[in-house]
Design a protein around this ligand. Structure first.
Ligand code: ADP
Length: 700
């Protein structure tokens, strides 16, 4: 049976052997060339090819083959060419297996199984599993052998690789066979054969037929066994496969022995011996010769048996096959028993017993060796596991290291950016600060300047006001003298004056009147801004009433009407005299700048966001748009004295008064259609002007 497996093994790994010597040289040259060219892919392929040639030749070349395979593996892995690396590792594994270096072989095949799934051919992994299984089988570890063969089968099934599947079933059958589970072995071999039949793979079919023949023989079903052995012979003959023919004949010989058909058995054994001698299968020859001798013993042809046994003994001694020798001694003893030569029989028996003892020792030693090998295999399995774990750990460490590096890089980058940003920010901040400082300095100096200017302005304003006040006040006295004496002159001596004298007198009186008005207005104006006069709650209704009574004469003269639109004018916080002055100015102007119609002046007040807004509306001549703001300027008059008399100070004084309260004054007008003057009074008590008890201060 072992020989069948070996046979299949040789068949499945067919390596061309023709003209290999020169081929090896040419491959070595190619390797040298490719090394120079640094053509790594081709270099790997050539190394693998050379490995193949070397390992096909003889045992001495296995080492060299391994060297090339391992070299190819290294280059391929460096290049990331995993498919090529797998081929090289596989070759190396096979070479180690052939050298019976099972530990190293297992390491190689396991390494192959570890290569990345997506970059390695699946079939080669299936084959690696098969090789691992075969090694375990040889070591008697059938569990492991079975496990790996099943893994291989799974891969071949996924890959739909029928040859691989058939091969797996064949190997599984063999594992069962060695475990003496013949029924299961039968089943597996049949499956393998079925697939091979469909594929037409005749070499494997032969192996299956031979294997089935052996199983049936073990089951003592000689008819079936003979049938399969005959078919295997037929096929081997068809294929002209001599080894196959020789073994088939030997097996058929055994079938005939079992059937006690000695003639046929003798014939087949002899043919098997003949063929095995031809092909140089010395062990096979010894085996068949012993079997033939046993046949002769059964057949009571001791002399013939003796002849074959003595020949076999010589060969076995040459081959140092002590197992065979022992077997032969035992049979020789039987032969000499049959020949009635008890002394010689005794001598052979003695040989047999002593050899058996030493063989027993050898067997024990061999078993020990096998145990040692198993231990070594287990050790290397453990090493493989540790290596795997180590690799995983290394990969994990690498991953962590990468992550740490990334994190470090990101953090460093972020930190750098932060520093840069901070530096820029600081730079920018410094710049801004410097600029701000400069601006602040400038602002401070400007403020200082403004402050000084304000101070100067205030002083000159005060001086001016003082001057205006003093001048107007002091001028009033001599003016009043001029006015009084001119009146006196006019009254007493106007009759003595001629017409021109009277006319001149009139001009003087008129000018004095106007100058008096001017001085009064200047005085009012300077008073309005000279100091913040104290404010109280003032009833606007009363103030308007006072204005009306002050202006009654003029109202009548001009046939003018004063309308108070809101009978409930508000109570406001103001200086009473100033409010009267303000309203009187606006109402006077409303009457003065009349149009063609009789003047109508309307007074109104309405609440606003921050207080009250008063309005004084007239139906007079109106003001052109470009003059709406100008009218509030000092001495600004839009008409001549002949058209409308005045000083041009009234509205400027109004503006000053409102400003001292924190309010505003403005005018809306359409030329020819009248004007409306507005002024706002902020922060007043929002209370209707119906509280006469608040009225305290008398009108100035
Ligand atoms: P005065 O009335 O003494 O001329 P004001 O300061 O009161 O001075 O007025 C300045 C100028 O504004 C006036 O000369 C006049 O031209 C114009 N003005 C003032 N009030 C009115 C008004 N109600 N209608 C038309 N023009 C006006």
């Amino acid at each position: 049976m072992k020989s069948i497996c070996l046979l299949l093994f040789v068949l499945l790994v067919q390596i061309p052997t023709q003209a290999w010597g020169s081929k090896v040289d040419s491959l070595l040259n190619t390797i040298e060339l490719l090394q120079k060219e640094e053509n790594h892919q081709e270099l790997v392929k050539t190394h693998v090819k050379l490995g193949g040639f070397l390992s096909s030749k003889s045992e001495e070349k296995y080492e060299k083959a391994i060297y090339h395979y391992d070299h190819a593996t290294e280059i391929a892995l460096n290049e990331g060419a995993y498919a090529l690396a797998a081929e090289a590792i596989y070759g190396s594994g096979i070479s180690h297996t052939r050298m019976n270096n099972f530990q190293k072989a297992l390491k190689k095949f396991h390494h192959l199984l570890e290569l990345p799934e997506d970059k390695t051919e699946k079939k080669i992994k299936g084959n690696a599993n098969t090789q691992i299984s075969t090694i375990y089988q040889k070591l008697g570890n059938y569990e492991k052998a079975f496990e790996h063969q099943m893994q291989g089968l799974l891969i071949f099934e996924v890959e739909k690789d029928s040859t691989g599947i058939a091969n797996s079933y064949y190997n599984i059958g063999t594992i069962f066979f060695y475990q003496l589970q013949y029924e299961k072995a039968l089943e597996s071999y049949k499956k393998a054969k079925e697939i091979c039949d469909a594929l037409g793979k005749e070499h494997i079919i032969y192996s299956c037929l031979a294997a089935l023949g052996s199983v049936y023989a073990k089951l003592n079903l000689q008819k079936e066994s003979l049938d399969y052995n005959s078919r295997s012979l037929e096929l081997a003959e068809k294929l002209n496969y001599k080894t196959g023919i020789a073994y088939a004949k030997g097996n058929i010989g055994s079938n005939f022995v079992a059937q006690k058909n000695y003639i046929k058995a003798e014939e087949f054994y002899k043919e098997a011996i003949q063929l095995k001698t031809e092909i140089g299968d010395k062990n096979g020859v010894i085996g068949n010769k012993v079997e033939l001798a046993q046949l002769y013993l059964q057949w009571k042809k001791a002399k013939k048996a003796k002849k074959y046994l003595e020949e076999a003994l010589i060969s076995a001694k040459k081959l140092h096959s002590r197992g065979r020798q022992s077997d032969i001694y035992k049979n020789l003893a039987l032969v000499h028993d049959q020949l009635d030569q008890p002394l010689i029989a005794y001598k052979y028996n003695k040989n047999y017993v002593s050899l058996k003892d030493s063989l027993l020792n050898e067997k024990t030693l061999e078993e020990m060796g096998q145990s040692k090998r198993r231990f070594d295999v287990q050790k290397s399995e453990h090493e493989i596991q540790m290596l795997k774990k180590g690799n995983e750990l290394l990969a994990k460490n690498e991953e962590i290291r990468k992550q740490q590096f990334c994190l470090f890089a990101i953090t460093s980058f972020a930190f750098l950016m932060f520093l840069l940003w901070n530096r820029n920010k600081l730079k920018y901040q410094n710049k801004v600060n410097k600029l701000l400082e400069e601006k602040n300095l400038l602002l401070n100096s400007k403020n200082e300047e403004i402050h000084i200017k304000n101070k100067q302005l205030e002083l000159s304003n005060e001086d001016l006001q003082q001057f205006a006040y003093v001048a107007s006040h002091d001028l009033k006295e001599p003016l009043r003298m001029i006015g009084s004496y001119t009146q006196l002159l006019k009254r007493k001596y106007s009759a003595s004056f001629d017409e021109s004298g009277n006319e001149f007198m009139h001009y003087i009186v008129d000018a004095v009147g106007r100058m008096e008005n001017l001085l009064n207005d200047i005085l009012d104006f300077s008073r309005a801004g000279s100091q913040k006069l104290p404010t109280t709650f003032v009833n606007t209704n009363d103030v308007v009433f006072m204005v009306e009574s002050n202006l009654r004469h003029r109202l009548e003269m001009l046939n003018a009407t004063l309308v108070i639109k809101n009978k409930q004018l508000p109570l406001i916080k103001a200086h009473r005299t100033q409010l009267l002055q303000l309203l009187q100015n606006l109402i006077s102007n409303g009457m003065k700048f009349r149009g063609e119609n009789d003047p109508i002046v309307e007074i109104d007040a309405s609440p606003s966001k921050s207080g009250y807004v008063f309005s004084v509306k007239d139906n007079g001549i109106g003001i052109s748009e470009e003059n709406l703001e100008k009218v509030f300027e000092m001495f600004r008059r839009l008409h001549t004295q002949d058209e409308y008399e005045g000083t041009g100070i009234g509205l400027a004084t109004c503006k000053r008064i409102v400003a001292t309260w924190g309010g505003d004054i403005w005018v809306e007008s359409v030329e020819g259609e009248g004007s409306t003057f507005f002024f706002s009074v902020p922060n007043v008590a929002l209370q209707a002007a119906v509280a006469p008890e608040m009225e305290t201060a008398p009108v100035a």
